[in-house]
Design a protein around this ligand. Structure first.
Ligand code: NAD
Length: 354
């Protein structure tokens, strides 16, 4: 048994702490190519379950199951609040993308997607490229993010949506979406963070930037006349807006007391380390833009792209993230609750009405 072979101690799905009335959980195996995958279809009430396929060298199959269950549920909420006619699903392939990925393995994965008959639509996620999705597309039509179906890299749309979300947050807190002269700390200058910094710079904001990758910081200083800070201190910068665009769990009991911004709005997934951290932000009077609402531009581009028809629809729906957040912020104020709770509630209302 090699290190990637799932152990037989895979947690029982129905008793799993992340199980949340998932409709289907498929364990997919192909001996010839070494495929071990889990496909979780969480909810299809709004439409077929769209969610990326992640390839990761999990140490234990139980960790892969945890990710598949948790991430597929997250996609249900994200797609619902984004107003997409889609449910939520996710696939994880237990493999090291640098060592084990082959076109044959991706084709075998595609066959398992195909067997679900369209209940699940797959796309790229961590460890999976558009080329991999081309291989999947040889086995199934239930795939997005290929040259034929997609607009390419979703990151520019994620950045655009985050920018629209920051404008909405500024409107709510300062009474104006004008970012001229506002200061923003952008933590993480990857595909999304750098693009966001570009929008903010164009809108006249002053940028404080940080990344563990020094060349990325130098590029941002040159391109946006930005000032650099240590990435570990990005949340402490004396700014109006903090935009986490690196990793998750950055908002926690240690960082929140030291945030000086009035707004936290960025692209990173799972920004709140625990549920209590949303309440901590609220207690401190900091407006938090729920991560899965503000960073939905990427999934919107994957879901709504139509070959040969440009990106007008995608841009329109991505910019609408600002209006959705405005509704969430207003409702949070009037009900004296935190925005991420309202976002969850809106998703649940849409699902119940479907
Ligand atoms: P990326 O890998 O291109 O960029 C991440 C950047 O963060 C890198 O430059 C990396 O060096 C930097 N980084 C890593 N650890 C850091 C730290 N501790 N402090 C500061 N910088 C650090 O990723 P991306 O596609 O730009 O995504 C950024 C975030 O947004 C991720 O959390 C991702 O899950 C989320 N997200 C991305 C998309 C998308 O369309 N790409 C969509 C939704 C959510």
């Amino acid at each position: 048994m090699n290190a990637l072979t799932p152990t037989v101690s895979t947690a029982v799905v129905f008793d799993h702490p992340e199980f949340s009335e998932h409709e289907d959980v498929i364990f997919a195996h192909d001996a010839a190519t070494g495929l071990f995958a889990i496909i979780a279809v969480h909810d299809t009430r709004l439409g077929p379950a769209l969610g990326g396929c992640r390839m990761w060298p999990y140490d234990h199959a139980g960790d892969a199951l945890t990710d598949a269950l948790r991430l597929s549920r997250g996609m249900t909420y994200k797609n619902a609040v984004a107003g997409l006619p889609l449910g939520g699903g996710k696939a994880v392939i237990i493999a090291d993308p640098k060592k084990h990925k082959t076109p044959g393995l991706m084709e075998a994965f595609g066959l398992h997607v195909d067997r679900l008959g369209g209940a699940y639509i797959t796309a790229e996620d961590v460890g999976i490229s558009p080329e991999d999705m081309e291989a999947v597309a040889r086995s199934t039509e239930h795939v997005r993010g290929t040259r034929e179906t997609g607009l390419g890299d979703p990151s520019p749309y994620t950045a655009l949506g985050v920018f629209a979300g920051i404008q909405a947050a500024a409107r709510h807190v300062y009474g104006s979406e004008d970012l001229g002269g506002r200061t923003v700390s952008v933590q993480g200058l990857g595909s999304v963070g750098f693009g966001l910094a570009g929008h903010l710079h164009k809108a006249g904001a002053k940028l404080i930037v940080s990344d563990i990758d020094a060349p990325a910081v130098v590029r941002a200083i040159d391109a946006f006349d930005a000032i650099a800070v240590d990435p570990a201190e990005a949340h402490m910068a004396p700014v109006d807006i903090f935009a986490p665009c690196a990793l998750g769990a950055g908002l926690n009991s240690r960082t929140i007391p030291r945030i000086s911004a009035k707004i936290v709005a960025g692209a990173a997934n799972n920004q709140l380390q625990t549920e209590a951290d949303g309440a901590r932000l609220k207690e401190r009077g900091i407006l938090y833009a729920p991560d899965y609402v503000i960073n939905a531009g990427g999934v919107i581009s994957i879901a709504l792209a139509k070959p040969g028809s440009g990106d007008n629809t995608v841009r329109h729906q991505t910019l609408a993230i600002g209006e959705t957040l405005t509704e969430i912020f207003r409702r949070a104020d009037s009900e004296d609750r935190s925005p991420e709770k309202i976002a969850d509630e809106i998703a649940e209302e849409r699902l119940a009405a479907a």
